[in-house]
Design a protein around this ligand. Structure first.
Ligand code: SF4
Length: 122
């Protein structure tokens, strides 16, 4: 079986074409420009994950939203669930950069953290 992937490990976005045997094992792989491509494809086949970046509401701060990100990639099929959980969170200013916004998100063991500080409003 042939499967195509767009490698997202860097902006080049190589189109990688793989052939898999009946057990999902890669027997042929072409199109990658570096060794990260095969690693990406193996991860995509066995356990696809994405780093989530979004914003969370802040009350009483100089900005109404704080950018946040999952400190490790989360399972791809849980990204929308995590985004919905973060929409329900409201932080109180001040918020410190690297502050944990949601610990052990969805029981994955992965924290969501603030990627900037938000000072308290005047
Ligand atoms: S295979 Fe290498 S060069 Fe191509 S997109 Fe992936 S990381 Fe970038």
């Amino acid at each position: 079986m042939e499967r195509k992937f767009i490698c997202i490990r860097c902006p080049q976005g190589c189109e990688i074409i793989t052939t898999l045997d009946g057990h999902g094992v890669i027997t042929e792989l072409t199109g990658n420009s570096c060794k990260l491509g095969p690693e990406y494809v193996k991860q995509e086949i066995s356990d696809p994950r994405r780093t989530l970046t979004t914003t969370v509401m802040v009350e009483g701060g100089t900005h109404p939203l704080c950018p946040v990100w999952s400190e490790k990639p989360v399972p791809k099929d849980r990204v929308m669930e995590l985004a919905a959980a973060l929409r329900g969170i409201k932080l109180n200013a001040p918020v410190e950069i690297n502050q944990i916004v949601l610990a052990n998100a969805l029981g994955t063991g992965i924290n969501v953290i603030a990627s900037r500080s938000i000072h308290g409003g005047i």
